[in-house]
Design a protein around this ligand. Structure first.
Ligand SMILES: Nc1ncnc2c1ncn2[C@@H]1O[C@H](COP(=O)(O)OP(=O)(O)OP(=O)(O)O)[C@@H](O)[C@H]1O
Ligand SMILES: [Mg+2]
Length: 237
């Protein structure tokens, strides 16, 4: 578990509302370099909003969001990307008319990294054979991989992965699990939002459970599955 001193990302007392709807309420946790943290919770519990508040799509209304010791809550998304925070999207966002390679090349200009090895990323994602195809011709699953590749091209220190597993077959899931573990081994911290708990269990021993915008639990998935509050949030009390 990450101590304060080691933390790369730190959230404390984070709150986000849309009109009268409080979507994140007093959320606080830390992530250390090279650590994989699973973020789980029922539909609408605030997982994507948490990713949005960390990546800079939204600002937290209250609380602290710090990265490498710096308060980043007022920084726009591109500045956070330059610092080393990037994310993939639940619904992949690729430039459909550009080739797969061009998509990664464009993304590389948005980050902190100088010499992005586009071919290495294409190999990592198993997309090398499709490099010259328009991104719009890819399947949704391949677009999800490309979206992850675009995030990787920026040279992230913290990668936020929003539901990449949904719709993938077992072989594809194995590939993604191995890739995410490999990225963590290279020192990249990952927050992985996922409904597929078996998949998550394979890549991390630490999960955070959100329920209606509140942190219900932090610890192992195994312990989470025995926690009455977590069980009630998923299945109703
Ligand atoms: N831009 C927005 N404006 C208004 N409400 C929003 C906005 N974004 C999210 N919400 C609301 O905030 C709540 C949390 O949404 P969020 O997308 O963070 O949930 P989630 O945990 O990612 O759910 P899912 O598992 O379905 O992806 C939902 O009630 C959602 O309708
Ligand atoms: Mg979501």
């Amino acid at each position: 578990m990450s101590s304060e001193a080691q933390a790369l990302l730190r959230l404390s007392g984070v709150r986000k509302h849309f009109g009268g709807l409080v979507v994140l309420n007093d959320v606080g946790f830390s992530v250390a370099p090279g650590e994989i943290v699973g973020l789980v919770g029922p539909n609408g519990s605030g997982k994507t909003t948490a990713i949005n508040v960390i990546s800079g799509l939204f600002r937290a209304d209250a609380g602290l969001v710090s990265f490498a010791g710096q308060d980043i809550n007022r920084l726009p998304m591109f500045r956070r990307a330059q610092l080393g925070i990037n994310r993939s999207f639940q619904v992949p966002k690729v430039f459909r008319d550009m080739t797969v390679r061009e998509n990664i090349e464009v993304a590389a200009h948005c980050g902190s990294k100088r010499n992005t090895d586009v071919d290495a990323i294409l190999d990592d994602l198993d997309l090398a054979a499709l490099a010259e195809k328009p991104a719009g011709s890819l399947t949704v699953n391949q677009q999800k991989l490309l979206d992850l590749g675009r995030a990787l091209a920026t040279g992230p220190k913290l990668l936020l992965v929003d539901e990449i597993g949904a719709g993938l077959n077992p072989a594809e899931l194995n590939g993604i699990a191995a890739l995410l573990q490999n990225l963590a081994a290279r020192g990249i911290a990952l927050i992985v939002v996922e409904h597929l708990l078996d998949f998550l269990n394979r890549i991390t021993a630490r999960v955070i459970v959100l329920g209606a915008g509140r942190m219900l639990f932090e610890g192992s998935l195994d312990a989470a599955s025995r926690d009455p509050e977590v069980v009630a949030a998923f299945f109703g009390s």
